[in-house]
Design a protein around this ligand. Structure first.
Ligand SMILES: Nc1ncnc2c1ncn2[C@@H]1O[C@H](COP(=O)(O)OP(=O)(O)O)[C@@H](O)[C@H]1O
Ligand SMILES: [Mg+2]
Length: 238
């Protein structure tokens, strides 16, 4: 089976600081995995490389079998809009656009006509009915994050990359967002790589990868058990 995401012997540095080295990670089609590691370990760096937002020094990152690192900047941007959905902690919505317009923005940039059925389907799935015409500033944090998730899903991407998507949310809202990711993972059959510090959030995923010294030091099945994730985490970083 072709993988949704495959990073192979990836190296990435900022100046003389090497952040990722011999980094390997793969995500099967439709798989939901969490990426964990201490602050500064390179989690966001990997997501940014995978999303084609920054360049790596060497190695490959394949999304649906295509190496994003070999693409020109403009080709990578186009490929990303269609195949990679990115969700950030800070939502990254355009404040002057309505909820509906934020969701369809990436495909507008691709000069595609609006798929109204898809838009309505996502508004429904993410519980955004009645909020379509509101501006991001009129929404709660949890609502904004649901809009950002809908926007990421709209083009039916191969993979969703989510960087601490619950980092700004209170506990109940964070749990709700986790359940949404879990439901969407099966109903949309979309692979998800979710960066988090929270073992409860990570337990929504089926697998956890721990990032240490620039590479994945440990990968294991979560079995939905936050306590087991915590103890593996402490073991790895003690
Ligand atoms: N744009 C950048 N320029 C220089 N150094 C950076 C930049 N982004 C991140 N770093 C450094 O790279 C390391 C990894 O950062 P990051 O990937 O953001 O870690 P994490 O997301 O795991 O907290 C940190 O030491 C950070 O200071
Ligand atoms: Mg980060």
């Amino acid at each position: 089976m072709m993988e949704a995401l495959n990073a192979n012997n990836l190296y990435c540095s900022y100046g003389s600081q090497s952040v990722l080295k011999e980094f390997n990670l793969s995500l099967k089609k439709g798989e939901f995995a969490a990426l964990m590691g201490p602050s500064g370990s390179g989690k966001s760096t990997f997501l940014h490389v995978a999303a084609g937002l920054i360049n790596a020094d060497s190695g490959e990152v394949k999304v649906g079998g295509e190496d994003v690192l070999l693409m020109s900047d403009s080709a990578a941007a186009k490929f990303r809009r269609r195949n990679i959905g990115v969700v950030f902690q800070g939502y990254n919505l355009l404040p002057s656009l309505t909820v509906a317009d934020n969701i369809i923005l990436p495909s507008k940039l691709d000069h595609k006509s609006v798929d109204k059925d898809r838009l309505l389907e996502l508004i429904d799935k993410l519980g955004l009915k009645g909020l379509e015409k509101k501006l991001p500033g009129e929404l709660s944090g949890g609502e904004r994050q649901r809009v950002a998730i809908a926007r990421a899903l709209y083009p039916r991407p191969t993979v969703i990359l989510a960087d601490e998507p619950t980092g700004n949310l209170d506990v109940p809202t964070s749990r709700l967002i986790c359940n949404i990711f879990k439901t969407l993972n099966s109903s949309e059959n979309c692979a998800i790589l979710l960066v988090t510090h929270d073992p409860v959030v990570a337990a929504s995923a089926s697998k956890v990868h721990l990032l240490k010294d620039g590479r994945i030091a440990s990968s294991f099945e979560t079995l939905g058990d936050p306590a087991a994730i915590s103890s593996r985490y402490l073991e790895t970083y003690r």
